[in-house]
Design a protein around this ligand. Structure first.
Ligand code: ZN
Length: 239
């Protein structure tokens, strides 16, 4: 069998037990197009509150690839983010020193790994923001790689260009509308020339009928454009 030329990865971000039902809805939305092996980005101590082991275990299904998505997804409020997005977007790792970053990654991985019995080999920084030293740390800790904003960055040093389409840009209508327009403009070039496209879904997306409709249309456009839904391991394996 020849491997597909164009790959689609669905990512479900900000997974935590308090949003378990919403995460299920996002999973079903992705599965409608056959993209049923999503990367599930889990934050084990969302907002600083530790989730129970059982609740974390229930959150991750066998078809998900667990990805550690920070420890708390919390950060001191930034005036810029509040102004632009109407929300503190929780760039937990943006300003962390090496020691603190290492401790949080180690702790988060332990909690998620122990709860699920799965090896946690992938990392994505909250809001994709992290200092350079985090990549070295992940390689030291034996992670396969990072889901960056524009690429999958493997600890081996290999990089797969993999732009991400995301729908959650806070609560300010003008910013949300501007980003919807940007997505529409990006779709044509991606359909023409991208090899890998990632679609990032967030819990807030499931609460907006217009976003749900947009996600459906986008996934349909990608799959009819020849993109085949795959899991992270398939991309990392150089498909
Ligand atoms: Zn996030």
């Amino acid at each position: 069998m020849t491997s597909p030329k164009r790959l689609l990865l669905v990512e479900i971000h900000d997974a935590r037990p308090a949003e378990a039902e919403t995460i299920d809805r996002l999973r079903s939305l992705a599965a409608e197009t056959g993209a049923g092996r999503p990367a599930l980005l889990v934050t084990p101590e969302w907002g600083g509150a530790r989730a129970s082991r059982r609740a974390l275990a229930r959150l991750v299904t066998p078809s998900d690839t667990p990805v550690l998505h920070g420890l708390t997804h919390d950060a001191p409020p930034s005036a810029f983010e509040r102004l632009l997005y109407g929300d503190a977007m929780g760039s937990e790792f943006a300003r962390l020193g090496r020691q603190e970053a290492r401790e949080r990654i180690r702790r988060g991985r332990l909690l998620l790994g122990e709860a699920t019995g799965r090896r946690v080999e992938w990392w994505c920084a909250p809001r994709w923001r992290e200092p350079r030293h985090v990549r070295g740390l992940l390689a030291e800790l034996g992670f396969e790689g990072t889901l960056g904003r524009r690429a999958l960055l493997l600890s081996s040093g290999q990089t797969h260009a993999a732009p991400v389409l995301s729908f959650d840009h806070g609560t300010r209508h003008i910013v949300v509308a501007a980003n919807r327009l940007v997505r529409r403009l990006r779709l044509g070039p991606l359909l023409r020339s991208a090899r890998i496209v990632r679609v990032a879904l967030h819990p807030r997306d499931a609460t907006s009928p217009s976003t749900v409709a947009e996600v459906r249309n986008l996934l349909a456009a990608l799959t009819s454009g020849g993109f085949v839904p795959v899991d992270l391991a398939t991309i990392a394996g150089g498909a």
